[in-house]
Design a protein around this ligand. Sequence first.
Ligand SMILES: NC(=O)c1ccc[n+]([C@@H]2O[C@H](COP(=O)([O-])OP(=O)(O)OC[C@H]3O[C@@H](n4cnc5c(N)ncnc54)[C@H](OP(=O)(O)O)[C@@H]3O)[C@@H](O)[C@H]2O)c1
Length: 429
Amino acid sequence: MNPLKVALLGCGTVGGAVLRLVAEQAADLTARVGRPVEIAGVAVRRPDRHPEVPAHLLTTDALGLVTRDDVDLVVEVIGGIEPARSLILAAIEAGKSVVSANKALLAEDGVALHAAAAKAGVDLYYEASVAGAIPLLRPLRESLAGDQIRRVVGIVNGTTNYILSRMAETGAGFSEALAEATELGYAEADPTADVDGFDAAAKGAILASLAFHSAVTAADVHREGIASVTATDVARAAEIGCTVKLLAICERVPGEEGESVAVRVHPAMIPTSHPLAAVGGAFNAVFVEAEAAGQLMFYGQGAGGEPTASAVLGDLVAVARNRVAGAAGAGPSAYADLPARPIAETPTRYHVSLDVADVPGVLATVATEFARHEVSIATVRQDGHGDAATLVIVTHSAPDAALSATIAALREVPAVRGVTSVLRVEGLS
Ligand SMILES: NC(=O)c1ccc[n+]([C@@H]2O[C@H](COP(=O)([O-])OP(=O)(O)OC[C@H]3O[C@@H](n4cnc5c(N)ncnc54)[C@H](OP(=O)(O)O)[C@@H]3O)[C@@H](O)[C@H]2O)c1
């Protein structure tokens, strides 16, 4: 049997594990695919750093490798936008199916890449790009293809989940928890992509595109990171039976002019009874609500060489089987073409905690500000009195712009000494 030949682009954390697993599982892969799967070459930047790769496989000429006549399939685990995009496009144009783990690229340019793959009649699969090992994109694209997905809410970034989990467990502030995460290898030396929510936003765009059959890019996603989450926020969350998580929330939102898609990434309080609240450490989980299926939850390791390589290999087997069958699988559809809804119009709930002066009428003054901006209050609690009086308010759902305007107005009220904690709340009944 002629082997199917694979070009491996990148041999770092993920690529190294892919290379190892392809060798270790050669016999099983052959049986599952119907033909042997063989690595034809490995493209890296610095070949001298890769003693683990047989020398005859190593190259720095990634473009030459992907366009080689004897290469059937390409696995891209370089990451970033360029040269990954040009290499994937070159591979597709040369008739090779592609497996990628590249969330940044798929979230920025998925539409063009899918169009190129459809035109060339090849596959473009990227299960590993969202939530590492967790089978998620295929269930959204295939298993739920007959259902209507209403909402996808995920913890899709392990670094920030680790930091927030440690803040909740130890009472530490953000900087302290970040330093610990860095020391233990859960955070990169430059944690910006994780901490500021860029990584989760890219994943949110990919999830929303598949869930709602619409082209959603990272630019459509409202993004807030966790650097401003304080120990006080986490403590306030605990007081109302909640915990703080960085969530990627993708929703189908009804409106007067038809449905739209709202995708946002921000820290939020969620009740400790919510299944996502129990997701601790660097784990990922994604909660899906569909019309007929009801509630589903996907949980597991969202990163790491082997877990991510598991998802890459799953895709590799799928595209290899298609190649053996002489076909390409159906790509994702964007027929619904739902527009992206700006965050200002997206309904959210807030938890607000205020230090207030102990003067008559302060509660009425605060309530007036909420009413003036048409934000309805669900609960109010006053803690302490005298100089230590605190008002804790949870609102009903209101457009985000109205809630932001209320907070801005409260900061100007003389009786409000300080707005000590403002966080969105999700999943409260
Ligand atoms: N790490 C994870 O846990 C994880 C999880 C899910 C998804 N992903 C995604 O998987 C992809 C790879 O991540 P990673 O963590 O494995 O990255 P990594 O450890 O930094 O490895 C990147 C690899 O790409 C090679 N490379 C960089 N520029 C190149 C170029 N111009 N030509 C050829 N090779 C080049 C590097 O070569 P040298 O080794 O010679 O420098 C290295 O082998 C990214 O898209 C990432 O988002 C990673």
